[in-house]
Unconditional design. Structure first.
Ligand code: NAD
Length: 266
């Protein structure tokens, strides 16, 4: 358990030939790792992000996949932009098989310090964005024989996390939104699952880390409670996301899958 996952040496194989993926937050971290893994398995992947600069950097990292990768700019906290981005997918591909909602933001702080606009920003990005991307993607997913939605929740979507009540509430809502949609869509053969990662080394965690007065102490305190004795890598989340997107998970729906080195097991 101490060794981080090495996707090249894992022997993991998925076949996503002829499948279209939409990945919000695909411009970095977990979303970008999932995009890279799906592309490697033959999918066409639209990554969605709110800033053109990050989109260009991510596209550069995916350039080996040529036209199979594309970037659409959209701020998922605005339902009108969620609708617009799905329209672009419909125009370009006519179809959609897999939606991965990875766009998200984090902010730490006690409830006393959280203003209404900050609360709204977390909820609008994490929860409203996930909700409306699912809503507007549904007509396309209904035409797919391999339809799957995977939402990126968090260990905070399973148990309480300290000093981020708004983020925790948004992730708890994503976990139950996932289960509610799984119930409503199972008869249409659209599977809906979420993953609940613990601390994963991505730009989100790195941004939090650089704000700390002593980064070494911060990282030690973050790592110590993990039964696995380490933090996770984005590829370790991407591999479970790809499994949930694949036909190997054809009877899995409504699951909230912890990917957390055991932290929610205790
Ligand atoms: P990240 O910051 O690298 O990725 C988040 C992405 O979402 C970024 O590319 C960002 O540009 C994009 N984004 C933010 N707001 C957006 C908006 N309004 N519209 C469109 N795109 C937007 O961090 P990450 O760790 O890869 O986060 C991915 C998901 O995983 C998030 O939902 C996060 O809450 C969740 N998560 C992360 C961790 C962790 O420790 N890193 C743990 C549990 C859950």
């Amino acid at each position: 358990m101490k060794q981080p996952f090495n996707p090249d040496a894992s022997g993991l194989t998925f076949d996503f030939s002829n499948r279209i993926f939409l990945i919000t937050g695909g411009t970095s971290g977990i979303g970008l790792a999932a995009a890279s893994m799906a592309l490697t398995a033959g999918a066409s992947v639209c990554i969605v992000g709110s800033t053109r600069g990050k989109g260009a950097t991510a596209m550069n990292q995916l350039k080996q996949f040529g036209e199979k990768a594309c970037f659409f700019q959209a701020d998922v906290s605005k339902p009108v932009q969620c609708e617009a981005v799905i329209k672009k997918v419909a125009k370009q591909f006519k179809t959609l098989d897999v939606v991965i909602n990875s766009a998200g933001i984090f902010r730490s702080g006690f409830i006393d310090s959280i203003t209404e606009p900050e609360f709204d920003r977390i909820m609008d990005t994490n929860l409203k964005g996930t909700f409306f991307i699912c809503k507007y993607a549904l007509p396309l997913l209904r035409n797919s024989r391999h339809a799957a939605i995977i939402n990126i929740s968090s260990d905070a979507g399973i148990h309480g996390n300290r000093q981020c009540p708004d983020y925790t509430a948004s992730k708890g809502a994503i976990t139950l939104l996932t289960k509610a949609l799984a119930l409503d869509l199972a008869h249409e053969n659209i599977r809906v699952n979420c993953v609940c990662p613990g601390d994963i080394i991505t730009p989100m965690l790195e941004e939090e880390c650089v704000k700390q007065p002593d980064q070494k102490v911060y990282l030690k305190n973050l790592t110590d409670p993990y039964p696995a004795g380490r933090l996770g890598q984005p590829e370790e989340v991407a591999s479970v996301v790809c499994f949930l997107a694949s036909d190997a998970a054809s009877f899995v729906t409504g699951a909230a899958w912890p990917i957390d080195g055991g932290i929610t097991a205790q």
